[in-house]
Write a protein that binds this ligand. Structure first.
Ligand SMILES: Nc1ncnc2c1ncn2[C@@H]1O[C@H](COP(=O)(O)OP(=O)(O)O)[C@@H](O)[C@H]1O
Ligand SMILES: [Mg+2]
Length: 415
């Protein structure tokens, strides 16, 4: 039976406007009848493009064809009838090379074990010939839907805050900036307290009632999705979300650092900004965080021991080829009366100071007690000083486009 000739539109299946980019198809070894049907189908369906028509299966060791590189086509349709073994190898090869390409098997034979075999070698759809046009359209629309979903994900900026030593002001700066991004600036922001125990981010935000913490989520990494994450975050009145740290009385658990990285990778698809409040030092979870950072802020006070640590961390990062322009030094509790001047600091650490935050203990304490940094824009010099920093972050490139974790840092620390 021939494919129907009825005009179809994608809107009846997807229920929305066509995707901005067409869906690219590649056909492999389709029999002459199916080739004609597919051409006709593509011509009639506005959001489809036939990228290539191959007459032979992909040989095991053969050279890569030009389209066999990421991102690759959206769909490969493989006819399984001419040679089932070669078709299976072809599907496996495509699945291995092109993770974003959906593979459809076409066959006259609808025996369940053959269908299962095709699914096992990576086919997401099994289309029985003669092809039912509506069914093919639905299958293609599913691929289109997933493509759009991926595009709609955020590619959040990872902002990592690391102190030169304890008490430098990491939690103060991270909570203030997070609240500013959320409230006056209206951004989707999440603060993660990476401390293994006794982190203070929740306290600084006046959030004392919560059931779960970040490391609970890390333990559930294998079933992590939007819904699960939603059940773990605590909401602050500014709109800032928080994943708190475990309490003091929590038993220490075994941690797989890579799982911390995986959770961060997922979280960044759900938020525009992810702020990481790190415990001092270069422990395994901090390393995972640093590897993924768009910016690493080293927070220090203008004191010799702290500055010495900054210099050490900077040279360590340089040795491990961490991009220097992503590291920013923040001098907290800065005062004109400091015995160590700005020039001296910059000479000692061999880097320009990125931001100076005034030493205003009472203002900071007042803000912490009130639990809402963004409410103190009028009366806190510290909050006012941080606003341009937060605004500057909005200038970063489009946050809606999909982005993979920074590849350049993958060799950091020899991992
Ligand atoms: N700019 C500042 N001026 C005065 N005191 C500050 C300032 N920033 C932080 N503090 C105070 O310093 C202490 C340590 O800050 P905190 O943010 O907890 O540091 P960390 O998270 O690095 O351990 C807190 O008591 C905080 O109120
Ligand atoms: Mg802290």
């Amino acid at each position: 039976m021939k494919m129907g000739t009825k005009e179809t539109s994608n809107t009846s299946v997807t229920g929305g406007a066509p995707p901005a980019e067409p869906i690219a198809l590649v056909s492999i070894c389709l029999d002459p009848e199916a080739v004609n049907e597919l051409r006709d189908f593509v011509r009639r369906t506005p959001f489809l493009r036939l990228h290539a028509e191959l007459q032979s299966y992909l040989a095991d060791e053969g050279p890569n064809l030009s389209w066999m590189q990421e991102p690759g086509p959206d769909v490969c349709l493989i006819d399984f009838d001419r040679d089932r073994v070669s078709a299976t190898l072809t599907a496996e090869r495509i699945q291995e090379k092109l993770r974003n390409t959906a593979i459809f098997a076409l066959s006259r034979n609808s025996q369940p074990d053959l269908i299962i075999q095709a699914m096992r070698c990576g086919c997401s759809e099994y289309i029985v010939k003669p092809v039912d046009q509506e069914k093919l359209l639905e299958a293609v629309a599913r691929v289109g839907g997933r493509k759009k979903e991926k595009k709609d994900q955020f590619s959040g900026r990872i902002l990592t805050f690391l102190g030169a030593k304890g008490g430098s002001g990491v939690t103060t700066v991270a909570t203030h900036l997070g609240a500013l991004l959320a409230k006056p600036l209206g951004r989707r922001a999440l603060l993660v307290d990476l401390h293994r125990t006794c982190g203070e981010a929740a306290l600084f935000l006046g959030l004392t009632k919560y059931q779960y913490h970040f490391y609970d989520l890390v333990e559930s990494v294998d079933r992590l999705d939007r819904e699960l994450l939603g059940g773990y975050v605590v909401h602050h009145s500014t709109g800032l979300d928080l994943l708190p740290s475990p309490e003091l009385n929590e038993p220490e658990r075994r941690l797989i650092p890579e799982a911390v990285g995986q959770v961060i990778d997922f979280i960044r698809t759900q938020y525009e900004f992810v702020l990481l409040d790190c415990a001092p030092g270069l422990n395994a979870q901090n390393v995972e965080a640093i590897r993924r950072s768009d910016f690493l802020y080293l927070v220090t006070t203008p004191e010799v021991p702290a500055l010495r640590n900054v210099a050490r961390i900077l040279s360590f990062l340089a040795r491990n080829e961490f991009a220097q322009d992503k590291v920013q030094v923040v001098v907290n509790r800065h005062s004109k009366k400091d015995t160590i001047g700005e020039e001296e600091i910059e000479k000692a650490i061999r880097k320009k100071i990125y931001w100076k935050i005034p030493n205003q203990y009472h203002q900071v304490i007042r803000t912490i007690n009130a639990g809402d940094p963004s409410a103190h824009l009028e009366n806190s010099e510290v909050v006012r000083c941080l606003l341009p920093w937060a605004k500057g972050l909005l200038g970063s490139p489009d946050l809606k486009t999909s982005k993979k974790p920074s590849k350049g840092l993958l060799n950091l620390f020899g991992t």
